[in-house]
Design a protein. Structure first.
Length: 317
């Protein structure tokens, strides 16, 4: 393992904050990663002023892709973005062995990401979790962010959040640098937030709670809305850092109004892709999302709401 004072950790600590967008993964008609569309999407998000990109999270539908396609997506984004913004990459597998393989391979890419993201409760229990993460850290010098998300914990007997006290213990591991919490539970988030430090950053994964999280000391947020409205998400963070509370609150209200249009969490990748296709940013809206509702109606509502907010000046220019 490496020390937190090493050059890599020091460099990351200067970047690890603000809005990190969990990218959707554009697919070709045969279900493979569409590299051209993925590069266009990465540039669209970076140009929106965000602080980072998260490749192969749940918004990116990593759980449906074979590892070779995950590796392709991560390598493509890291190559396209270069040093323009932070790139973090999900490496969670279906088992300890798969995750170790993923960590080893992704860390050895010619252009590796700045950090890795692991959702250990997908394949491990809370029991002995710090020991597992300490073992995992032996396979790469890349910094690691923890990922807490009940939505991808499939085994019912493990269907729970990471215990906050275990999160606290893992902050002492040399390469564990933060956590993204997508529980949507403010009480849980507050319990995890007490372990924040310059060496351990806490990120909010629930869009409706971005500003409250920042106000309570979070380092930033990981909003999927950043795929279609990166400037809005970045604008909220910028307004907060500049102590423009009125503007930050206005942007949070805009985010909440758009967020309310989504029927449920599982529909988000598809809805985002449909909008991105209509904007000409990606070529195909294919998604593994299981949403069976009226997508035309949802997209119409989404675009009407965005247009309404633009007319009111409730979105960044």
């Amino acid at each position: 393992m490496i020390e937190k004072e090493s050059w890599r950790m020091t460099d990351l600590s200067q970047k690890l904050h603000g809005i990190i967008v969990p990218l959707v993964t554009p697919f070709t008609a045969d279900g493979r990663v569409d590299e051209k569309s993925l590069r266009a999407l990465a540039n669209h998000v970076v140009d929106g002023g965000v602080n980072g990109i998260f490749v192969m999270g749940t918004t990116g539908e990593f759980q449906y892709l074979p590892f070779e396609q995950q590796r392709l997506a991560i390598g493509t984004v890291a190559d396209e973005v270069g040093d323009r913004t932070l790139v973090v990459a999900g490496v969670t597998g279906k088992s300890v062995e798969e995750t170790i393989r993923n960590v080893t391979v992704i860390a050895s890419l010619s252009t590796p990401p700045d950090a890795l993201v692991v959702a250990p409760l997908c394949y491990h229990s809370n029991r002995n979790l710090p020991q597992h993460m300490e073992r995992l850290s032996r396979f790469s010098n890349l910094p690691v962010l923890l990922y807490n998300n009940l939505g991808i914990v499939m085994r019912r007997w493990k269907h729970k959040n990471m215990l906050p006290e275990l999160v606290g213990r893992m902050t002492s591991l040399s390469n564990i640098v933060g956590i993204k919490d997508s529980s949507g539970n403010p009480d849980y988030f507050t319990r995890v937030l007490k372990y924040k430090s310059p060496a351990f950053r806490v990120f909010q994964g629930e869009e409706k709670l971005i500003l409250p999280a920042l106000q309570h000391g979070a380092a930033g947020a990981v909003p999927s809305m950043g795929n279609i409205l990166p400037g809005l998400c970045a604008g909220l963070y910028d307004a907060y850092t500049k102590e423009n509370t009125k503007q930050a609150e206005a942007y949070q209200r805009s985010i909440n109004q758009i967020n309310a249009i989504y029927p449920d969490g599982s529909s988000i990748p598809l809805i985002l892709k449909l909008h991105l296709k209509r904007k000409g940013i990606i070529a195909n809206p294919i998604s593994n999302s299981s949403f069976k509702g009226d997508t035309n109606r949802i997209i119409s509502l989404l675009e009407s709401k965005i247009g309404e907010l633009e007319q009111k000046g409730a979105l960044p220019a």
